[in-house]
Design a protein around this ligand. Structure first.
Ligand SMILES: NC(=O)c1ccc[n+]([C@@H]2O[C@H](COP(=O)([O-])OP(=O)(O)OC[C@H]3O[C@@H](n4cnc5c(N)ncnc54)[C@H](OP(=O)(O)O)[C@@H]3O)[C@@H](O)[C@H]2O)c1
Length: 294
């Protein structure tokens, strides 16, 4: 008799989390989802990520910054998958609170329940951005995970298609301010392709897995593709790096949390991000789908 394994997906309402839920379900796992707002997962997300409310097996409504709300999270769970993280500015919470301490609370429960594997989603090129607060928070958690005694895998993805979707939204508005010259390269990855790699990571030794998508673009090419797909003439204004960094410093005087998150976006434009290629989905098709839904 085969026993169905239970996986907890933390961050299940997010871009990657929804694809992960779908992928684990398709592979026959029983899926428990941790979400803050169950209504959010009843409909598809803004970048085409699937609605998952009807396919999950059980739901925990909780916030990792509130330990009471996530009691019993890992009871009966075999595998924890976490793509839970702070990806947009919050007036009261920092990456440290969510990515490090929040995931840490899940880890404590996973250790207590003796789960067989913990898969965590961090970022690619972390060594080149080690001083950025959101990267520090991810890596503090990675360090805790590695010494936890649990079997682990750390996924290190390049930029997601959802992130490239920001360029599409700006192109739609008719104009993009580009930090730097946009000549650095990236191979972004679709959430569905990435979710397959995440689910594969259940098996095998403890390891870090870097992953990007099948096509390499410069950041300028991504922006131009976005303009062309929504039928507009590219209008891109480069901003010198020093000006963007000065802007960050000023922002930091008024809103530290916003400046910390934006510092990642600025730092990431300073070098190439070419991760081992994987997946079959193309950015051009993703933008075409976004354009069809305008
Ligand atoms: N986007 C990229 O290009 C990229 C690239 C590499 C790595 N990453 C990393 O990959 C991870 C997932 O990214 P994503 O784009 O899928 O992010 P996302 O769409 O913003 O999803 C983040 C998830 O975390 C949840 N969450 C945040 N704070 C929470 C809290 N206090 N308690 C409970 N849940 C909470 C969110 O819930 P709500 O829906 O309620 O907000 C959401 O489900 C992040 O850690 C990110 O840093 C992202």
């Amino acid at each position: 008799m085969t026993v169905t394994k239970k996986v907890l997906v933390a961050g299940a309402s997010g871009y990657l989390g929804r694809y992960a839920v779908k992928e684990f379900k398709e592979r026959g796992y029983s899926v428990r989802a941790l979400v803050r707002n169950p209504d959010k997962i009843k409909t598809a997300g803004p970048h085409g990520e699937p609605a998952i409310y009807d396919i999950i097996d059980d739901l925990i409504i909780g916030d990792v910054t509130n330990p009471e709300s996530i009691k019993g999270l890992c009871e009966g769970v075999d595998i924890v998958f976490s793509s839970l993280g702070l990806t947009s500015p919050d007036p009261t919470l920092t990456s440290f609170d969510v990515d490090h301490l929040g995931n840490g609370r899940i880890l404590e429960q996973a250790i207590r329940e003796n789960v067989s594997r913990f898969i965590y989603v961090s970022v690619f090129n972390q060594d080149k951005m080690a001083e950025i607060p959101s990267i520090k928070a991810h890596e503090l958690f990675v360090a805790d995970l590695k010494k936890s005694g649990l079997s682990w895998a750390v996924i290190r993805p390049n930029g997601y298609f959802s992130d490239m979707g920001r360029f599409f939204s700006m192109a739609q508005s008719g104009h993009i301010f580009m930090v730097g010259e946009g000549e650095k390269k990236i191979n972004p990855v679709h959430g569905a392709d990435l979710a397959k790699v995440c689910a594969d990571a259940v098996e095998g030794e403890c390891r870090e897995i870097a992953i990007g998508g099948p096509d390499i673009y410069t950041f300028r090419e991504v922006m131009e593709l976005a303009f062309h797909t929504c039928g507009k003439t590219p209008w891109i204004t480069p901003l010198p790096m020093w000006l963007a960094e000065g802007g960050l410093m000023v922002t930091g005087l008024f809103n530290r949390n916003l400046a910390d998150l934006l510092s990642f976006a600025v730092e990431a434009l300073k070098f190439d991000h070419i991760a081992p290629a994987c997946g079959i989905r193309h950015l051009k098709d993703f933008f075409t789908e976004l354009a069809a839904n305008i």
